[in-house]
Design a protein around this ligand. Structure first.
Ligand code: GLN
Length: 244
């Protein structure tokens, strides 16, 4: 069994070490004796979604998002088919915004993929800082770091989690991120997956199941990951983080 991770536009969408998420995915597969391959795509490369098991889109500045969005619209239909056939996707911050309908900055509008029914508006001030959320996808709190001017409104979608500390999607409704099928969109950089091993395994399980691998994922020694997670959660959310 081998999992192929497609990294879209690492030269343009790679803020705050988002690449570390890919390393976490690869290592947690390899530690279990499952093969892992990374394919990096530049802006004008063709993407064979049928060959991919996990697609990763990192964060990018407004300018970089503008460069990427035209190309994403060209590959929209193949990307949407991949999502609807339960393909796994992790999209962080700028990448998350691009999965939605648009990201509006005053008169300028970055058109998104419309894979998620979410909209992002640039509003005054930025949401910057450590974030702690509670999510049904992880028994531990999920921790990360956010820095965004866009405020995302997810409508009828299911959030990834409920904010305990931080701004989340828009600083108002207490939601962070989105989970749709096997797609995770989130504002959490950090990088996210090394500090949140259960979330990493959730994605891996989804990708493996889609390939017909039904065995349980072998447990790993997550002492380091749990210690890192707990240090952040307790520092920024204290006792709140322990609530179920
Ligand atoms: N440019 C977007 C914003 O500020 C995304 C930034 C990011 O990916 N950190 O909202």
């Amino acid at each position: 069994m081998e999992i192929t991770i497609g990294h879209l536009y690492p030269d343009l969408l790679n803020l705050y070490g988002d690449r570390g998420n890919i390393m976490a995915l690869v290592r947690r597969l390899e530690w279990r004796g499952i093969g892992a391959k990374i394919r990096e795509y530049r802006l004008h490369d063709d993407i064979d979604f049928a060959a991919l098991d996990i697609v990763f889109l990192g964060g990018g500045s407004d300018r970089e998002q503008m460069l990427v969005c035209a190309r994403l619209r060209e590959i929209r239909s193949a990307f949407a088919d991949y999502v609807e056939s339960d393909g796994a996707v992790i999209a962080i911050c700028g990448g998350y915004q691009l999965l939605g309908e648009y990201y509006r900055m005053g008169d300028a509008v970055i058109e998104g993929l419309r894979i998620l029914d979410v909209r992002t508006e640039n509003e005054p001030g930025r949401l910057i800082g450590n974030v702690v959320i509670r999510s049904p996808l992880s028994s531990m709190p999920i921790v990360g770091f956010e820095n965004h001017g866009g405020r995302t409104y997810i409508g009828e979608h299911t959030p990834l989690g409920r904010v305990i500390t931080g701004g989340g999607n828009n600083g108002k409704d207490g939601h962070e991120g989105v989970q749709y099928k096997n797609v995770l969109g989130t504002y959490l950089h950090g990088p996210l997956l090394p500090k949140n091993p259960e979330l990493c395994d959730w994605i891996l399980r989804a990708a493996l199941l889609r390939k017909g691998y039904t065995s349980e994922l072998a447990p790993l020694d997550d002492t380091m990951e749990i210690t890192a997670n707990r240090a952040v959660a307790e520092r920024f959310a204290g006792k709140m983080a322990k609530r179920p």
